[in-house]
Design a protein around this ligand. Structure first.
Ligand SMILES: NC(=O)c1ccc[n+]([C@@H]2O[C@H](COP(=O)([O-])OP(=O)(O)OC[C@H]3O[C@@H](n4cnc5c(N)ncnc54)[C@H](OP(=O)(O)O)[C@@H]3O)[C@@H](O)[C@H]2O)c1
Length: 328
């Protein structure tokens, strides 16, 4: 597995693994908890050593799962988790990045993750009521105390990133980015390039869409987040299918899968970009990891960009509430 360097010299596998779907968002899990532990440990065996979780996934049970799976191999992995929510009786009640809340989440996450240090601690969403300088200062104290190694932000805009970085160096920004979600391109990516901060695209497979396994006939179960995402309505999926058809053409010509093309396209953007595809299946994890061996020529990248721009995307990437929380 190739290694990439995010900001502040943090080295991680070129493709990571998002653990969220193991506990929520994509409907019933096709495997057992033991199977998920197998996927997480299998990932590390395959060199996928950058694992993404969050306090709010579950909530809590995803961190517990990751903690149990990785405890015996803790020294081989980089664990990223996230703070920033007010969680009441298992339900998210908006954002909360007050310093006392960040400190509490850090201690609770350390316990659930069965570790004495969080490698990368992201603010999950910007809190409009807490100046980002106070958030960065609090994380800096946690770094000082040895509880956290690196500071990250998620779905933050360029101005917020600059202000945070001025207080404590930011190692990585995590936001949705893929062939059909280009929001970070105009401002965030140039800012990260200038400041030497890494970028971690979430939902790099377009929540499964870019793998070519989802179309207008796909029936999502009630607990599947895609029932609430506008671009996954049957009508929009139909309109968006043209992009996947082109990705499939390129994939077939190269003897790889559409999902691998989607990941290779991200890897081709910048050497400091590290996607974290999520899956609950070992076979897909290895398929996704193997995207690091798929080389796209400059012409192929340009063609994908041109086709994606021509087709455009029908439907937002979040519902109204979700869109209101993103800071890009
Ligand atoms: N910071 C944030 O706000 C935020 C938001 C969303 C996600 N994330 C992080 O980003 C990670 C990845 O994002 P995501 O899970 O939303 O989206 P994703 O990685 O784009 O897609 C996940 C979906 O694709 C399917 N899939 C994965 N590999 C596949 C393959 N090779 N072939 C066919 N289908 C495949 C998965 O199904 P199976 O599981 O059934 O394989 C799942 O339905 C999450 O796990 C989480 O850690 C962060």
């Amino acid at each position: 597995m190739h290694v990439r360097t995010l900001g502040q010299g943090l080295q991680v596998s070129a493709v990571g693994l998002g653990a969220m779907g193991m506990s929520q968002s994509y409907g019933p899990n096709p495997g057992s908890r033991e199977d998920m532990i197998g996927v997480l440990r299998g990932a590390v065996e395959h060199g996928v050593t950058f694992i993404d979780t969050a306090e709010v996934y579950g909530p809590y049970v995803n961190e517990e799962l990751v903690g149990e799976a990785l405890e015996p191999i803790r020294d081989q992995v980089v664990i990223a988790t996230k703070f920033g929510w007010n969680i009441v009786d298992g339900t998210m009640q908006g954002v909360d990045s007050r310093p006392e809340q960040i400190r509490k989440v850090a201690d609770d996450s350390l316990r659930r993750l069965r570790t004495d240090v969080i490698d990368l601690f992201y603010q999950h969403r910007v809190d409009p009521d807490v100046p980002i300088e106070d958030v960065a200062g609090t994380v800096a104290e946690l770094v000082q105390a040895g509880k956290v190694r690196h500071f990250g932000l998620s779905e933050a805009g360029a101005g917020t990133i600059r202000r945070a970085h001025a207080v404590h160096p930011v190692t990585a920004v995590q936001s949705e980015y893929s062939l059909w979600t280009r929001d970070p391109e105009p401002e965030v990516l140039p800012t990260l390039a200038e400041l030497g901060i890494g970028f971690v695209p979430f939902s790099p497979l377009g929540k499964g869409f870019l793998t070519g396994t989802v179309d207008a006939t796909t029936a999502f179960s009630a607990g599947d987040i895609r029932t609430r995402v506008p671009r996954f309505t049957a009508e929009n999926l139909d309109a968006n299918q043209a992009l996947v058809a082109y990705v499939r053409t390129i994939a077939e010509a190269k003897g790889v899968t559409p999902g691998q093309i989607a990941l290779a396209w991200l890897l081709a953007q910048q050497p400091w970009i590290v996607p974290i595809p999520g899956t609950r299946r070992l076979s897909r994890m290895t398929e996704n990891a193997a995207a690091t061996t798929v080389a796209l020529s400059a012409d192929e990248v340009a063609d994908l960009d041109a086709v994606a721009a021509r087709i455009g995307v029908s439907g937002n990437r979040y519902d109204e509430n979700g869109m209101a929380m993103v800071g890009l």
